[in-house]
Design a protein around this ligand. Structure first.
Ligand SMILES: Cc1ncc(C[n+]2csc(CCOP(=O)(O)OP(=O)(O)O)c2C)c(N)n1
Ligand SMILES: [Mg+2]
Length: 337
């Protein structure tokens, strides 16, 4: 049976860990701000889905992960890639469609992978990554690898049929998969209140015998703690776990969304009262773990990393024409008639 837990108690973390989370969340935020700028300059084409506001989700869960664990997510994936240690240069250059990108500039944000970091995309079809995540977990179980797969999806995706088919199989086979519902309150312009009658998404797991819990996604420590519970359950061979992480995206669905379906005040309130980076900053300062100057130095360091990534993503050349015929299933290029 599904069990509800409340995650109010803050776990003890060291100063180094706290500084690490601050740094990792800030990297995602600055990277995304830069990606937004490059998009505005016409250097990133197609869609661009920013993760600003949701940083604590991936950083908290990566803190609970171990080497070799896997992750798969949707198109809103830049944060996931950075949090699992992928190179900001390679990610940004993929966004600008350049040779130095993770898919040689041929994939963009929705077709980017890293075998080394066990990042399996980046999927544009809403919900499609959910069965893929169960499949990854199946492969680990089949091979006897003691690994878990973090399968992220949104509140919108949570209403898809394939999610529930996957829940059933994952529980039936006790797959080591953590279903992370990033409930950022909106699916494009549709609020959860408009799309969903049941107030809780994680509790739907009860119908399949999957336990889970709701987590405050604006609090990186609460996310880490819940992540550790989920990971422990999977590693003990007890099967899947659901984390419904309540979070918020500050920007529109994509760069082309003016977000008219919500008020400026709603966004402003979240930014001012719940921001995940600002709260860790306050914890660091009030706990005397860091001084303003030390935090400024970290801010500068992160800005430099992001600026370097942006420079690289502009300077790296576009893929050569011949690249059109590599990394594809067909092995013969069509001849001109
Ligand atoms: C199968 C499918 N249906 C519709 C779309 C169009 N679409 C893209 S994103 C999106 C909303 C998804 O919202 P959510 O799952 O909450 O993720 P978020 O964007 O909030 O991260 C929709 C309907 C799609 N890409 N795939
Ligand atoms: Mg959503």
């Amino acid at each position: 049976m599904a069990a509800r837990r409340t995650t109010t108690k803050k776990p003890n973390v060291s100063k180094e860990e706290l500084l690490g989370y601050y740094r990792d969340m800030l990297l995602i935020r600055r990277f995304e701000e830069k990606a937004g700028q490059l998009y505005g300059m016409g250097l990133i084409g197609g869609f661009c889905h920013l993760y600003i506001g949701q940083e604590a989700v991936v950083v908290g869960l990566e803190a609970a992960a171990e080497e070799g664990d896997k992750r798969v997510t949707s198109y809103r994936d830049h944060g996931h890639m950075l949090a699992c240690g992928m190179d900001p240069k390679g990610v940004m250059a993929e966004l600008t469609g350049r040779e130095g990108g993770y898919s040689k500039g041929k994939g963009g944000s929705m077709h980017m992978f890293s075998k080394e970091k066990h990042f399996y995309g980046g999927h544009g079809i809403v919900g499609a990554q959910v069965p893929i995540g169960a499949g990854l977990a199946f492969s680990d179980k089949y091979r006897g690898d003691d690994r878990v797969t973090f399968t992220y999806f949104g509140d919108g995706a949570a209403n898809q049929g394939q999610v529930y088919e996957t829940y059933n199989m994952a529980e039936l086979w006790d797959l080591p998969v953590i279903f992370v519902i990033e409930n950022n309150q909106y699916a494009m312009g549709t609020s959860v209140a408009r799309s969903t009658k049941s107030p809780s998404l994680w509790e739907r797991g009860a119908a399949y015998g999957i336990p889970g819990e709701e987590v405050d996604g604006m609090d990186v420590l609460a996310v880490k703690e819940a992540g550790e519970r989920a990971v422990a359950q999977c590693r003990e061979g007890k099967g899947p776990y659901i984390l419904e992480v309540k979070t918020y995206r500050y920007r529109g669905h994509s760069m082309s969304d003016p977000a008219k379906y919500r008020t400026r005040e709603e966004v402003q309130k979240m930014r001012e009262e719940r921001d995940c980076i600002e709260s860790v900053r306050q914890l660091l300062l009030t706990g005397n773990h860091a001084t303003e100057d030390e935090l400024k130095a970290i801010d500068k360091e992160i800005k430099d990393v992001v600026n370097e990534a942006a420079e690289f993503s502009k300077e790296s050349p576009e893929p050569a024409l011949e690249e059109l015929w590599t990394d594809i299933y067909a092995d013969v290029a069509p001849q001109n008639a």
